[in-house]
Write a protein that binds this ligand. Structure first.
Ligand code: MG
Length: 253
């Protein structure tokens, strides 16, 4: 089932998508209210309401290699970093190209939304804490990521985390193609079977030091093929079994 968060004439709601119709839900985890509208009458929003956005870096061997690392020297623990809540952005929203970077990059990723309070969990229980899966872009100012003392500006600036278009709640995430296109041209074409750290490993590891809450967002890492964006580009991230997230790049105001 596809679960969406949307703006309509009467505010922001959660809903389930079925045959082009949107069945309103009482909340993210709630039941149907009986109100039905059509997808074309709503505006999709990021399908999550996170207090925490946490991301795995270097989780595909081919991406480790393209970043100057060695496939013979892969991370032995998940390399995690946070993105700010201000980074969260909706399907269709412009990605700003800030004036303080000359090398803005896309990183297409599979993302997870958490369904219930997650603290100190075992790997074998991890799927009980997942509400659904969606597409995300870990927008990165690559020059600032490398030159700044910390990654905060390079990874967490305003609107540096578009998410959507919806949550797919019934999905096996272990063998999904993750593709990124810029102006229609295929740039990334990875598969989640190549994740260095699997989703259960990532969630259990995080839960040992940070409590995640319903609606929190976890980005699982990007495959090889990261590269620059330019003002005017159309970015499309597609995860098999979910759909496509599309955003355009605009000069920051
Ligand atoms: Mg990333």
């Amino acid at each position: 089932m596809q679960r969406i968060r949307y703006q309509s004439y009467d505010g922001i709601s959660w809903g389930e998508l079925e045959g082009g119709n949107v069945h309103q839900l009482s909340s993210m985890m709630g039941s149907r209210t009986g109100l039905v509208t059509t997808l074309s009458d709503v505006t999709l929003l990021a399908p999550c309401e996170p207090k925490t956005i946490i991301c795995v870096g270097k989780n595909y061997a081919d991406h480790v290699a393209e970043m100057g690392g060695s496939k013979d020297n892969l991370p032995t623990e998940p390399g995690l970093f946070l993105k700010s809540i201000q980074a969260l952005s909706n399907p269709g929203d412009p990605i700003p190209y800030p004036s303080w970077t000359q090398n803005l990059h896309y990183e297409g990723e599979l993302a997870i939304v958490i369904s219930r309070k997650m603290k100190n969990i075992a790997e074998e229980d991890a799927f009980d804490y997942i509400l659904g899966y969606t597409c995300a872009c870990d927008v990165t100012a690559r020059d600032r990521q490398k030159a700044d003392l910390q990654w905060t500006r390079g990874k967490s600036a305003d609107k540096f985390c578009p998410v959507g278009p919806w949550l797919e709640t019934d999905l096996d995430p272990s063998n999904l193609q993750v593709q990124t296109r810029v102006n229609g041209e295929l740039k990334q074409n990875g598969n989640t079977r190549d994740l260095i750290f699997t989703i259960p490993t990532i969630l259990s590891y995080i839960s040992k030091f940070l409590t995640l809450e319903p609606g929190d967002l976890v980005l699982t890492g990007t495959p090889e093929g990261v590269g620059p964006l330019q003002v005017g580009d159309t970015l499309e991230i597609t995860v098999e079994g979910i759909g496509s997230l599309t955003n355009t790049v605009e000069a920051a105001t």
